[in-house]
Design a protein around this ligand. Structure first.
Ligand SMILES: C[S@@+](CC[C@H](N)C(=O)[O-])C[C@H]1O[C@@H](n2cnc3c(N)ncnc32)[C@H](O)[C@@H]1O
Length: 261
């Protein structure tokens, strides 16, 4: 289970978003569904939904594969999945860095918008590699640098604190995978622009998703009223002619195969 302060805070943040998550998860639904065409057709497979959250995709996967296990670092997310997703039979509390599964035991790992929460890609990909069977598949989405670029830029005009998590570049992901013996058989990068009524709407959605924990932020808690107002003013540079506030999410989708050595 979470074994660093940062992991504990991430788990806590997702714990507290459990009940608001599903109504806020429009990006997650979109990216998760777009991974479906990459899934194998065989049914007799053992599949992990890594970072399963409220279990929306764990349930979908459970209709396609014989043995699907939802794994998450947040106990409240797991409890929610248990009580709301009738077709989900296996749930395990676990951290992506220390998966509670044996070597070479899983055919497919599906993971939708989770690994941006894992700073150490090398450690993470090693762990996923360990658990997958030879030729096993890792099908995932994550967020790249430029995600929330409008929010980051608006805050940069106000102070030097960190208000948005560090997202990796696509080259970091590709380089790490190839160094560790993965074969990246398909991937693409897409900017998804979501629309908001105002900056408060965006902030509420991020909180509703549990995506509001920022590691290494110096000033904990809410920004002061003045700073918040300066930031929302700066965000107006991005407002579209119809008054919509856009937010960019740069999504990396990948299908990586554990090459047979
Ligand atoms: C944005 S949600 C995505 C949930 C789900 N995959 C979906 O598509 O709706 C991220 C999930 O990853 C989980 N998570 C974050 N870091 C994790 C880690 N190190 N190990 C396991 N789960 C983690 C969170 O608790 C949360 O439920």
């Amino acid at each position: 289970m979470p074994n660093t302060l940062n992991q504990i805070k991430i788990a806590k943040s997702f714990d507290s978003a459990t009940n608001s998550y599903d109504i806020s998860a429009r990006l997650q639904r979109y990216t998760g569904k777009h991974l479906m065409p990459w899934l194998p057709e065989q049914q007799a497979l053992t599949v992990l939904d890594l970072g399963c959250g409220t279990g929306f995709f764990t349930e979908l996967l459970s209709s396609n594969f014989d043995r699907v296990i939802g794994v998450d670092i947040s106990n409240k997310m797991l409890n929610y999945t248990k009580s709301h997703r009738q077709r989900v039979n296996h749930l395990v509390a676990g951290d992506a860095y220390h998966l509670p599964f044996q070597d070479n035991s899983v055919d497919l790992i599906y993971s939708n918008l989770v690994i941006q929460w894992c700073e150490n890609l090398s450690h993470l990909f090693n762990e996923i590699f360990r658990v997958l069977k030879p030729s096993g598949q890792f099908v995932f989405t994550t967020l790249l640098d430029q995600t929330l670029r409008e929010l980051k830029s608006a805050w940069a005009q106000v102070d030097n604190d960190k208000h948005v998590i560090n997202f990796k570049k696509d080259i970091d992901i590709k380089t790490q995978l190839s160094k560790q013996g993965w074969q990246l058989s398909s991937h693409h990068v897409q900017d998804v622009i979501l629309e908001y009524e105002n900056v408060l709407h965006l902030a509420r959605e991020l909180k509703g998703l549990g995506a509001n924990h920022v590691p290494k932020k110096q000033n904990r808690g809410l920004a002061g009223k003045d700073k918040w107002q300066q930031m929302t003013k700066a965000y107006e540079d991005f407002v579209e002619p119809n008054g919509i506030y856009p937010a960019t999410y740069r999504v990396f989708s990948g299908l990586a195969v554990k090459a047979i050595s």
